[in-house]
Design a protein around this ligand. Sequence first.
Ligand SMILES: *Cc1c(COP(=O)(O)O)cnc(C)c1O
Length: 403
Amino acid sequence: MVDRLRPVWAEIDVDAARRNAEILKGMVGSSALCAVVKADGYGHGAVPMARAALAGGAEWLAVALVEEGALLREVGIDVPILLLSEPPVDAMEEAVARRLVPTVYTHAGVQALKRVVAAEDVSPVDVHLKVDTGMHRVGADPAEAVSLATAIAADPRLRLGALWTHLAVADGSGPADIEFTRTQLDRFGLVLDDLTTAALRPPLIHVANSAGSIAFPAARLDMVRCGIALYGLCPTPELATQLSQATGGGRVEPVMSLRAEVSFVRWLDKGERPSYGRRRPLAERSIVATVPIGYADGMPRRLFDTGVEVLIGGVRRPLAGVVTMDHILVDCGQAGVPPVTVGDEVVLIGRQGREEITATEWADRLGTINYEVICGIGPRVPRVLVNGDGLTGDSADHEIGAA
Ligand SMILES: *Cc1c(COP(=O)(O)O)cnc(C)c1O
């Protein structure tokens, strides 16, 4: 076993990520799969997730930050790595030095890139031009696309490698959302026509995130950029059904589970009110178990009010009081059903016996999305890689990210 001192860990099933990539790649067929591993692989560990995705058929990786791309290069990952936003002007040099593929959408960005390639005398640097077709986060106005593409094409040290956009409501199943996605695809098609007319059509076009890849086959184009599905979560239950239909029964499986051990137990009388605020009286004389994980680890304090449960001994058990910074208190009820003792495994997210608590369940309780739950598991929780033989570069299960 690894030398963790606190019995709290996030188990990362590396082979599940590989299988998820395989399912997605199988679904999109001839489109390339770009595995999105930004934000430390949505909290799972960017390096093992990148390796798992590549083993499962991904050909590209994508990250948000130059720093995130540099980290992947440092461990020797050599595939194309797309930066999902235009790097700040001062970060262009590092982006090029690391052979990352910058996204651009401003003339200032193109000029910064030109200065860098002029100074470095590098071979043509691939650039992906992003247009805003309705998400309105980042991206060029469609009317600017030809002028930006022309500026890129004018420099022999740059190469317009792709045109792309991002969908705002690909996960929506209502008619208005579906119509908006179609509008975005239409706007994108018009920009592509403009570039084609100007003899600037790039070799690659890409649009779809996980939801778009699953729900809009027409959006798969040359490449899909999948994040959440790679980690085994679907943005909505409808998308899980659609994924299954699109893959002949395929299902992605959660890659992360959040685990701990009971650190302390005591009997408390009916009516005692554990934790800060003394919020709820025990309904009966009960065993209350302390588990050394708290909101500082990404278990939101608000989960108590939502009635969240944890698994101990394969049974769902409610919290006995509010989540604190470093501990939760679990109401284990009367002894003997079954008894709970120090060292028992606690599953906060994941499976135990026949029960399962998913990141999506937390998200539903919290009024957020499963993305935010998994990204929120903090750096204080060590990631323990399992089933990663041959994928992580180590023969044994091991641990990363312990803080
Ligand atoms: C994060 C991100 C993705 C991946 O989205 P998922 O919904 O996790 O598949 C794709 N494209 C862009 C531009 C992103 O920012």
